[in-house]
Design a protein around this ligand. Sequence first.
Ligand code: GLU
Length: 304
Amino acid sequence: MDYQQLIEEVYHQVQEENLKGKVADYIPEIATVDPNQFGIALIDLKGNVYGVGDHNVPFSIQSISKVHTLTMVFNVFNSKLWSRVNVEPSGDPFNSIAQLEYEKGIPRNPFINAGALVITDALCSKFESPVDQIIEFINELVGDTCVKINTHVKKSELNHGERNTALAYFLKSFKNFNNPIDQVLEVYFSHCAMEMSCVDLAKSFSYLANNGYSIFANRQILSESSARRINALMLTCGFYDEAGEFAYKVGLPGKSGVGGGVAAVMPHKFSIAVWSPELNEKGNSVKSIRALELLTDKLAFSLF
Ligand code: GLU
């Protein structure tokens, strides 16, 4: 398979379709990004890098970081964690408050905001300086010091964080939150405001395509079965309430973020990151989703 040719074909086809969406503006700083950027990076299991378009431009990875933070607490909390967060698709918007209320403070999954706040709370219980540890962990996965926090985006989120703050208070009222709310929100907004390029992001997901082993970190990050579970969660819950449609059209485990990025894996073959800022009404990048749909159509192999 000539991956470079494949992603170039996909890239040009998507550009010709001239798809339009809307840059997320509920975090004002994110809305300042140039909406026409578009990049794809694919990493095979030998570590070969294939890229096209704006694949080296750092962007706000937002919710994609929830996969990294989940990985960090997966081993330590394992069974305890799954009494605090469920593993079901939400079918509701990612920042829904109503669902958390009628499900008595147990979020549907670790990738909606309420679930990710529980994960970040668990991280705060485990690590002395969680933000440093998250950055260190992702840099290790990439094999380079590439992760930066965009402080303007972080401040912008803090200043417009009413819904996430409300979710944290709800969780606390159901006794599903152990650390001070301000501290956890600060860590949460910091990891959402991390910036990485498609190349580095695809590298950081490589262990999920490789039975939990990272060739860049040179170590087993998660056991094979834990890595499989994270992939199952990404397949069923990784795309807000469009997860079913993404599984149907693309059929890869992945995670999107409101910065317009999508990171996904083809287990035993490759990891891939695609980025373009304009989103559809569900909050997923229009061009990134289309690119992955075309890519999997053109592949000779599939997950199913
Ligand atoms: N920081 C964003 C929020 O909490 C993340 C949203 C996303 O990418 O899904 O609203």
